[in-house]
Design a protein around this ligand. Structure first.
Ligand code: GCO
Length: 488
């Protein structure tokens, strides 16, 4: 591995999302999103009662943030654009100030020679659409999303080589376990109940596919377009056929739910057999629309689970040895419901397991591209990162930026991505580290820090951590492209 090299066009850099880093939540015409409601009005939805109102204030500090990226030499940056900044009511009047802001943001990246891989939607659903008709559980959102996406793509496509339509539709079904049971599936504002989460997933697929088809067939866009999946590597608890079946069921309910429609034009058989009428049906036209609607596979991969079979097709996914840092101790994610779709982000096998095995990510990339979706032309790891519950307790900046376990974790991840490419011959074409700096971690609020730069929440100062330099050193050692720090 020491002297293995990446292909010259390997896309690498840092990633983020609008609500998590921008702040300025009430400024310059932005309309409220579901996350303004959840963080301000739903007790317990955010563990430390923080919100995205201020935090990193990237909205006002993006020039210095990008100047730092330029200095690091990272060739790509993967942000998201905030729908409610463009259409404060979700549809209807455009907010010119929000539009000008993203003109400036995209313009600054272009000026510095940093390529943007832009997400059109990263969970900040305009609250108006939620109030008007229930947001993603209502098919009306497809047209409103498509209007928004086309508007943005028309404006910026010449500068944006890679578009992500939707971030992690899997979160239609997942709720971070620290949310009070029975509340919303917060990331998409989906109310409790089996039907709602699968309506949400159905509409994200229709929204994505409508934009993707338009992008290639009408707009004739020059870039590539897909959606970002969230998923984790599943390892069978034992060599029993029951556990092997539990693994394949887990992949069906997490990745097949969305990967099936775009590779085969329909949901996996296990979902249809198990969910029956809970699972919406595609018309023949919709199947044609969705099939082939992604240009490559994008996976946000953070962890891995051991998986065992439970009675009546249930699945128990849990980290047996979650001694590793990262998310809190494993809560038995056993879902005895026949669907086995209770799998959600929970236990984290974390650095030690991912690195020691060697690395869930290498096995995961192989599982996705060789077993699950062999027709996929290439794959990007569009988010990967690491956090430790105690990082908010540091009292000195020196302690906070000496994040050796994150550095070790990211090194191990990158080593395994390179092994996947050079040894397993998986066509990995990109890797974006989550995240540019510590930010609002949804249900964990400001308590959980994923940044490779430390954010002082009071002074707003950003300080690169050891892990940032580890990532830069790794790409220097393995042929990563760097943009020159010349004055241009
Ligand atoms: C996700 C989201 C990010 C998270 C990150 C850390 O994958 O959950 O895309 O917004 O902040 O993954 O949990």
């Amino acid at each position: 591995i020491a002297d293995a090299k990446l292909p010259a066009n390997f896309a690498w850099g840092l990633s983020s999302s609008a609500y998590q880093i921008e702040g300025a939540a009430k400024d310059e015409g932005r309309g409220p999103s579901i996350w303004d409601l959840l963080s301000h009005r739903v007790p317990g939805q955010v563990a430390d009662d923080t919100n995205g109102d201020i935090l990193g204030q990237h909205y006002y500090l993006y020039k210095q943030d990008f100047a730092r990226l330029k200095h690091f030499g990272t060739p790509w940056y993967s942000p998201s654009i905030s729908w409610p900044r463009i259409f404060p009511f979700g549809h209807g009047p455009v907010n010119e100030e929000g539009l000008k802001h993203y003109d400036d943001v995209i313009g600054e990246l272009v000026r510095l020679g940093i390529k943007p891989a832009v997400s059109l939607f990263h969970w900040d659903t305009p609250l108006a659409l939620f109030n008007e008709y229930g947001g993603w559980t209502n098919k009306k959102i497809v047209d409103h999303y498509v209007d928004y996406a086309k508007f943005i793509i028309k404006r910026y496509d010449e500068h944006v080589p890679v578009w992500f339509t939707i971030n992690e539709p899997q979160y239609c079904n997942w709720q971070y376990k620290y949310y009070p049971a029975g509340t919303y599936y917060p990331s998409y504002g989906v109310p409790p109940g089996d039907q709602a989460r699968f309506l949400c997933g159905h509409h994200t697929l229709l929204a994505h596919a409508t934009v993707a088809k338009w992008y290639h067939e009408e707009f004739k866009g020059k870039g590539r377009i897909t959606f970002k999946n969230s998923g984790n590597y599943f390892e069978a608890n034992s060599s029993s056929s029951a556990d092997a079946a539990a693994v394949s069921r887990s992949y069906d309910f997490v990745l097949g739910w969305f990967g099936g429609p775009w590779t085969d034009g329909d949901y996996p058989k296990s979902l249809k057999d198990t969910l029956g009428d809970i699972l919406p049906k595609f018309t023949d036209n919709e199947k044609k629309l969705i099939k082939g609607s992604c240009d490559f596979y994008a996976i946000d991969a953070y962890t891995a689970y051991y998986v065992g079979a439970l009675p009546n097709n249930g699945v128990e996914a849990c980290a047996k040895n979650s001694s590793a840092p990262g998310w809190p101790e494993c809560v038995e994610q056993s879902s005895n419901s026949p669907a086995g779709f209770g799998i959600g982000p929970g236990a984290d096998l974390g650095a030690s397991w991912l690195k020691s095995t060697p690395g869930g990510i290498r096995k995961f990339l192989k599982a996705i591209t060789k077993d699950l979706f062999p027709k996929v032309p290439d794959i990007m790891v569009t988010e990967f990162g690491f956090s430790e519950p105690f990082e908010n307790d540091y009292t000195t900046i020196q302690d906070a930026i000496w994040d050796l376990r994150r550095a070790d974790y990211l090194q191990g991840y990158l080593d395994n991505i390179l092994l996947s490419q050079t040894v397993d011959k998986v066509n990995v074409t990109g890797a974006f580290v989550w995240s540019i700096f510590d930010n609002f971690e949804w249900g964990s609020g400001a308590k959980v820090r994923f940044g490779v730069q430390y954010l002082n929440y009071t002074s707003l100062e950003r300080t690169p951590k050891a892990s940032m330099f580890q990532v830069l050193n790794w790409f220097r050692a393995h042929g990563g492209t760097f943009i020159s720090d010349s004055g241009n």
